[in-house]
Design a protein around this ligand. Structure first.
Ligand code: AP5
Length: 217
C-alpha cells in the first residue's frame, strides 16, 4: 500500500472499526480510535472519562478541546511514529484543522482519507446487532460478523458487550451529529485532494477489497 497515515471517515456503523482492524494487519501501524480511547477513560473512571460519558450516552460529540488534547498525546507515542489509522477522528472541522497543524509541526502529512459510504437503511441493524470486545475493541455482529464462540472475543477471549450508545434512540442523535458536524469533512478533504470514497454497502470482505484498493491508489 502506498502510505501509512490514514483517516477512516464515515457515519456511525459504516464499518470504520471493522476495516481499521484489517488495515492495521496489512500495514503494521496502530488503529487510533477515539471512541475506544474514550470508552477506556470511562472504564478507568478518569475525569475525562466522566466528562465524555455525559456526551456519549446522549449520542452527542465530546467537545473538541478534549479530543484534540487526547489525540495530540496519542500521536506522541512511539508506535504512531511509523503511521496510524485514525478511526473516529477528526469529526469536526476544528479537529481536522488541529490535526493538520499537529502533523505539519512534525513534518508529517496524511496519505489519504478513506470515506466509507453507506445507505442509512443498513446503519440501525448494524449498530443494534453490534457486540464489541471491551478489552481489545474488536467489533462483531450477532448476524453479519459473529465470533467463533457466541459472545466471546476471537482475539483475546474476553466476554463481548453491547455499547450503551448502541440503542436506536442514541443512533438517531449520533446520525444528527454526523450530518451537521462531520459530513462537512468530505468537502474539506476533497479540497485537499485526499478523499477516497469507498462503497460500504456490501459484506465485510467485499468492502475490505475496496478499502485496500483505496489505500493503495
Ligand atoms: P465511535 O466509537 O467512534 O462510534 P461511531 O463513529 O459512531 O462509529 P461506530 O463505532 O458506531 O461505527 P463503525 O463505523 O466503527 O462501525 P463498525 O466497524 O463497528 O464514537 C462513539 C462516541 O464517542 C461518539 O458518539 C462521541 O460521543 C464520542 N467520540 C468519539 N470520537 C469523537 C470525536 N473525534 N469527537 C467528538 N466525540 C467523539 O461496524 C458496526 C457493526 O456493523 C459491527 O457490528 C460490525 O460487525 C458490522 N459491520 C461492519 N461492516 C459490515 C459490513 N460490511 N456488512 C455487515 N455488517 C458490518
Amino acid at each position: 500500500m502506498a502510505g501509512r497515515n490514514f483517516i477512516l471517515l464515515g457515519a456511525p456503523g459504516a464499518g470504520k472499526g471493522t476495516q481499521a482492524q484489517r488495515l492495521v494487519e496489512a500495514l503494521g501501524v496502530p488503529q487510533i480510535s477515539t471512541g475506544d480511547m474514550l470508552r477506556e477513560e470511562r472504564r478507568l473512571g478518569t475525569e475525562l472519562g466522566k466528562k465524555a460519558a455525559e456526551y456519549m450516552d446522549q449520542g452527542k460529540l465530546v467537545p473538541d478541546d478534549l479530543l484534540i488534547a487526547l489525540i495530540a498525546q496519542r500521536l506522541e507515542k512511539p508506535d504512531a511514529a511509523k503511521g496510524f489509522i485514525l478511526d473516529g477522528f477528526p469529526r469536526t472541522l476544528g479537529q481536522a484543522e488541529a490535526l493538520d497543524k499537529m502533523l505539519a509541526a512534525k513534518g508529517r502529512s496524511l496519505d489519504a482519507v478513506i470515506a466509507i459510504e453507506v445507505q442509512r437503511s443498513v446503519i440501525v441493524p448494524r449498530i443494534t446487532g453490534r457486540r464489541s470486545c471491551p478489552k481489545c475493541g474488536a467489533p462483531y455482529h450477532v448476524e453479519f460478523q459473529p465470533p467463533k464462540v457466541a459472545d466471546v472475543c476471537d482475539a483475546c477471549g474476553t466476554k463481548l458487550v453491547q455499547r450503551p450508545d448502541d440503542t436506536e434512540a442514541a443512533v438517531v442523535k449520533r446520525l444528527e451529529a454526523y450530518d451537521t458536524m462531520t459530513a462537512p469533512l468530505f468537502a474539506y478533504y476533497e479540497g485537499k485532494g485526499k478523499l477516497r470514497r469507498v462503497d460500504g454497502n456490501a459484506d465485510v470482505e467485499t468492502v475490505w477489497k475496496r478499502v485496500k484498493e483505496a489505500a493503495s491508489a
